[in-house]
Ligand binder design. Structure first.
Ligand SMILES: [Zn+2]
Length: 86
């Protein structure tokens, strides 16, 4: 297999864990989506490829966790109401 970025054939496959966050301040109220996939890494330039599984992809599309997806819930960490701080 040849790297799409630098055309090197020095690539290897690893097991990966990735937490995908929504961007910006609004992203703080959206789930953090965990993906556990094999990743292909170019050992020449670092270009990396992986595929987001369907459930996790739906979570990214909809902005809230779908059943069976590995995602921290919306609004995590939980916010405390002012009444809980006393
Ligand atoms: Zn490369």
């Amino acid at each position: 297999m040849t790297c799409k970025r630098c055309r090197s054939d020095r690539q290897s496959v690893f097991n990966g864990e990735m937490a995908i966050h929504f961007r910006g301040l609004n992203g703080l109220d959206k789930p953090i989506v965990w993906v556990f996939q094999e990743i292909g890494v170019c050992l020449n330039c670092g270009f990396t490829e992986f595929t987001v599984p369907e459930r996790e992809l739906q979570t990214l599309l909809q902005g809230y966790p779908v059943k069976g997806a590995v995602a921290l819930p919306t609004g995590w960490p939980q916010r405390q109401d002012a009444s809980e701080l006393d």
